[in-house]
Write a protein that binds this ligand. Sequence first.
Ligand SMILES: [Cu+2]
Length: 305
Amino acid sequence: MNRYIWSMNGRPLSETDKIKISGDEVTRITYNNLTMMHHPMHLHGHFFRVINKNGEYSPLKHTINVPPMQEVTIEFYGNNGDEYGDWFLHCHILYHMNSGMDRIISYDTPRDPRMKEHPVSNLINETDPFFTWSLVDVASHMASFDFVASNIRNQFNVSAEYGWNENLEAEVTYERYLHDNLRIFGGVNVENEMENHVDEISTTAIAGIRFLTPYLFNLDVRIDSKLRPQISLSREILIFPRTAIFGNYEYQADFGWVDELPAGDHFNKESTWSAGVEYYLSRDFSLMGSYDSRFGAGGGLSARF
Ligand SMILES: [Cu+2]
């Protein structure tokens, strides 16, 4: 599952200032839709002219659909100086609106005093909510749990995997989005020290970067508090309408900088990988089968909520 964010000029409402306009001038806005979806753009409190080939007979509208990869230009004149204060401009697909595809158009006049109870910050907060989602896998070889809470810039992750052969890994991280695809993270990782035994648990602090690469690979580069660098790469690909394959590869190097390595070793490595297939039964449930180098092979059920 992925985050869901919409913006205008690459910026969601919560990261912009008002667009200042003057009631004495014609304001012209050109929408360039570089997405593959329609965006019906609505401006509150105005009828604007849609500039098209009809010249003087250009239609007056309060909402104009901007089709994928099309350009639409509108203009308006502050209703001949009658308008003042702040006006909301937004995509009328409500889940685009709620995730940042909006602006506030503001005349160079005082705000309407009746709007005192409704500061702009309320509106902005409404377009930057936290969304949460979870995933539970229960299979013959392992069980896992993932939880994500995310708004535009911040994300909290909890994940845990337990193999019935007594292998465990759990992680809590906070991520900060620097860019759509790049974030820095820090947190805590818990893992069993010895293979197939959970009586010795190692807890480390971790920090690194996560990057969604071209072709949608999830790259995770990190170092832990025992100064062990680790890189991992994962990807899920939908190969049929309800069938996806997925894989994950993880490589950790240990140069013995903090914990001494056994018997005079100077270098230790640990690589783990998994690969599997998932069949979507419904929005909430999937059948899955996978092989994991720690847990072995098995199959089971995934639930999303
Ligand atoms: Cu939209």
